[in-house]
Design a protein around this ligand. Structure first.
Ligand code: OAD
Ligand code: ZN
Length: 252
């Protein structure tokens, strides 16, 4: 990991007034959450059209619950935030970072302490009835009966965005607005191939923000959009950045 880039990024953070982060599955990898693409990815194990499309869920909710949703629940139950999440929460406490825009559904940014999290793909923490207004958290769902049902008899679905469903308009508009106002955008742990999320760093750059990308692998953003590419794992890199910030006395 290039120390000189870490030092330069820390300087940029000290001078920044309004930082935004866009995150993807990679920021939760060190928390034990598998990514979607690549080796060991969820879409290598399950065909998304068979298990993650809204039509698949409506056609056979028990099948989707038994395979994808049970696995997601186990992963989320066992996951705790890592230094990547905590680093972003610390930047918010310092008054630097305002908003996290995430494609993740695991709720780990909120657990780490970030208060303004735009969940572009919804979440797997909250569930709602397909027929009435009932909502509940995943911890209150009994998975002995699949698919789990509401008292009214309606099937419970996660408040995530399935394939075939639109990204929530309000969240997307706010994400675009936030991107256009920030002076630094962190892009952490996303393959940046899913739209509209992948356009958000482009909006930020066009509006004058510096783009700092953290990922062990290059992405379509790396050469064209990112001003800084820090090759490495989110937790390890954020830890280094926070240590560097400390040594540059931001905590005084
Ligand atoms: P992907 O699985 O497509 O990409 C994960 C990214 O994280 C890759 O670029 C990895 O190189 C990187 N990565 C892996 N380990 C990392 C680590 N420790 N630290 C930092 N980065 C790491 O995940 P997303 O880009 O989030 O949508 O995928 C976007 C959307 O595609 C998901 O929200 C999901 C999926 O289909 C829906 O479910 C609607
Ligand atoms: Zn109901």
């Amino acid at each position: 990991m290039a120390e000189d880039i870490i030092q330069e990024v820390a300087k940029k953070i000290i001078n920044a007034k309004n930082i935004t982060a866009l995150t993807g599955a990679g920021i939760s990898a060190e928390s034990g959450m598998p990514p979607f693409r690549g080796k060991g990815g969820i879409w290598e194990k399950f065909d998304p059209m068979e298990y993650a499309h809204i039509d698949a869920f409506m056609h056979n909710p028990a099948k989707v619950w038994n395979v994808l949703l049970k696995e997601m629940k186990v992963n989320i139950d066992n996951a705790k935030p890592n230094y990547g999440h905590y680093g972003l929460a610390a930047l918010e406490k310092m008054g630097k970072l305002k908003t996290v825009i995430t494609q993740n559904v695991d709720g780990l940014h909120q657990l780490a302490g970030n208060t303004d999290v735009i969940e572009l793909h919804g979440n797997f923490v909250w569930y709602s009835c397909l027929y009435c207004d009932f909502r509940c958290e995943i911890k209150n769902i009994d998975l002995n009966k699949i698919p789990p049902k509401c008292k009214c008899g309606g099937i419970l679905r996660p408040e995530c965005v399935f394939f075939g469903e639109a990204v929530p308009m309000e969240g997307l508009l706010r994400a675009n607005f936030t991107a256009s106002k920030c002076d630094i955008m962190f892009v952490i742990g996303t393959s940046a191939v899913v739209y509209p999320a992948a356009t958000i760093p482009i909006i930020a750059k066009e509006s004058g923000a510096k783009i700092i990308e953290i990922n062990p692998e290059k992405t379509p953003l790396t050469h064209n959009i990112s001003h800084y590419f820090i090759k490495g794992k989110a937790g390890e890199v954020m830890n280094k950045i926070m240590t560097e910030l400390q040594s540059q006395s931001i905590f005084e």
